[in-house]
Write a protein that binds this ligand. Structure first.
Ligand code: NDP
Length: 519
């Protein structure tokens, strides 16, 4: 990174201890523009590199991460507050897998594709699609997965031939800078992956700096602001926004396993996941047994500083998060729900909280909480479970728990969400091959998987005419013969049947003769 001017600095704190971890520069809008312009210059060179060269860079970066795994996990854990264990299991492991997958497979996934053009091939034409990088990809992630989300998106963008500018959250600037450092150590050109630290204004400046595409992860409110500016500039974007993900537990599910899944799904990363279990619906007949299991398992969780290896639940990232979680728990209480365990906090350490007698009409069942709360409601029928799960403005992920796989698939197909898991919960962001993204207010576009890779390239259609010695029959000048030919085209050629299309041939030949005679 160039010219670090620390006149105005961003201070990074450990939310568990309040300890000051370090500081980072706040980039001004002018500096952000300059970074984007350097990125665009770097793109001209990077776009010409081979997939093998790109793969070598990504694999070297992987090696650096593996060599520094403890240092990186500690930084992620301290800056975001998450358990050290989760910094490894939920950030480093999945992103290392993503890096090797896209390093090895992008060439194949972006292989030029021949298009079957049906009857037009009779006229000696052929078509193919090649995939071109966009240019400068602006990545604006949230603080909750400050390493794996921006690094994963950067890897895919680079493999597709783009350059990258990342604006990390103001809560996790050092983790963002670490990503830049890893690429530098791996031997990347200094402008290939640039990090612009700062706050929301720096993010806005990046959006205004006319990147070629924006990959945003964050709240619905900020997503809307970005979409507005991007629309004004016609900058394409992907929005990965919030969730209120439902988990449906049928009476025939393995209740012990489902209860463990619910506890992990609701409380990992202290509930600060876009795909946390934020609403649980259990079939009435087994509700009491299931809820007891959930409460017993919750009691066993140790809460504390994430750097202690036996700590499972840690700290909320900020006062802002704390006030949302508190207000949601309070709203549940006021509206008649019962708190079976948790509900209190000491500083930013909010206890894992299980809430029952919950209804969808309660306000916190409609808004994202983003904290360690597990509200549980009951249902009587499959239809009711589906209706309750779909009664939300969000649609990121969902899960269905049952031993009847037919029922599981039937229900999964009816739930409105970008990902629905059967007998699994939350984790598919960790599978590089599967697309990630939401329906409804949970976002637009996809990251990960082939669908995510396609967001980082522009399809270019190349069309070839092998009969170029002949004029096209639809060219000028027009005539009676032309109109008759066009009618034959409408009746036969456009029918989609090769056999019928051949009926237009005599008229096509007459038209060709006319055009050739007119030369
Ligand atoms: P925010 O929307 O507040 O922030 C997200 C990012 O946008 C941060 O880097 C932030 O910077 C930046 N930003 C803030 N204002 C602007 C602006 N005007 N223009 C451009 N960038 C801006 O979200 P949170 O950080 O609170 O993240 C939590 C949200 O993220 C939750 O809703 C969660 O569900 C969602 N999320 C979604 C995921 C998904 O895959 N769908 C994954 C992870 C989280 P700064 O922090 O410096 O203000």
């Amino acid at each position: 990174m160039k010219d670090l001017n620390l006149d105005s600095a961003l201070v990074s704190f450990d939310p568990a201890t309040g300890e000051r971890i370090g500081q980072a520069k706040i980039f001004t809008p002018e500096e952000v523009k300059e970074v984007v312009s350097r990125s665009r210059k770097a793109f001209l060179k990077w776009r010409t590199t081979s997939f093998e060269e790109r793969k070598r860079l990504i694999m070297r970066a992987r090696e650096i991460i593996l060599a520094e795994i403890d240092e990186i996990a500690e930084l992620i854990s301290k800056e975001s507050g998450k358990p050290f264990a989760e910094a490894i299991s939920m950030e480093i492991v999945p992103v290392l897998d993503l890096m090797q997958y896209f390093a090895r497979k992008t060439k194949k996934l972006l292989k030029p594709r021949k298009i079957q053009i049906g009857i037009f091939s009779l006229l000696g034409r052929s078509s193919k699609i090649i995939y071109e990088p966009y240019g400068v990809i602006a990545i604006i992630p949230a603080w909750n997965y400050p390493f794996s989300i921006p690094l994963g998106e950067a890897t895919m963008a680079l493999m597709a031939g783009n350059t990258v500018v990342i604006k990390p959250s103001e809560l996790t600037p050092l983790t963002g800078l670490k990503i830049g450092e890893i690429f530098q150590k791996a031997g990347a050109d200094e402008d290939l992956v640039q990090i612009v630290t700062g706050d929301g204004a720096t993010g806005a400046a990046l959006v205004e700096s006319l990147p070629d595409k924006i990959m945003f992860t964050g709240s619905v409110a900020t997503g809307k602001k970005i979409a507005e500016i991007a629309a004004r500039n016609l900058t394409p974007f992907v929005l990965e926004l919030g969730g209120k993900d439902p988990m449906i537990v049928f009476k025939d599910a393995n209740l012990d396993i489902a209860a463990s899944a619910a506890v992990w799904g609701a409380f990992c990363n202290t509930g600060q996941n876009c795909s946390s279990v934020e609403r649980l619906y259990v079939e009435e007949e087994v509700a009491e047994k299931f809820i007891n299991l959930v409460v017993e398992k919750t009691k066993k969780l140790k809460q504390g500083n994430g750097l202690e290896s036996d700590v499972s639940v840690t700290v909320l990232s900020s006062e802002k998060q704390l006030s949302i979680v508190k207000s949601h728990v309070e709203a549940f209480r006021k509206e008649g729900a019962r708190i079976l365990i948790g509900g209190n906090h000491e500083g930013l350490f909010f206890e894992p909280t299980v809430i029952v007698d919950v209804k969808n009409s309660m306000l916190p069942m409609q808004e994202e909480t983003f904290g360690p709360t597990l509200p549980i409601a009951t249902f009587k029928t499959e239809e009711e479970a589906i209706r309750l799960a779909n009664e939300s403005n969000f649609g990121l992920t969902a899960s269905v728990w049952t031993s009847d796989l037919k029922k599981g698939k039937r229900v999964a197909e009816k739930i409105q969400a970008g990902t629905v898991c059967i007998n699994e919960v939350l984790y598919t962001h960790g599978i590089a091959q599967t697309p990630w993204g939401g329906m409804k207010l949970s976002g637009q576009g996809r990251t990960h998987g082939l669908e995510g890779l396609m967001e980082l390239v522009q399809p270019k259609h190349i069309h070839l005419n092998r009969f170029s010695i002949l004029p096209d029959i639809w060219w000028m000048p027009y005539s009676e013969t032309a109109i008759k030919t066009f009618k034959a085209l409408a009746k036969h050629f456009a029918s989609g049947s090769m056999l019928k299309a051949s009926l237009a041939l005599p008229q096509i030949v007459r038209r060709l003769k006319e055009l050739l005679a007119n030369k």
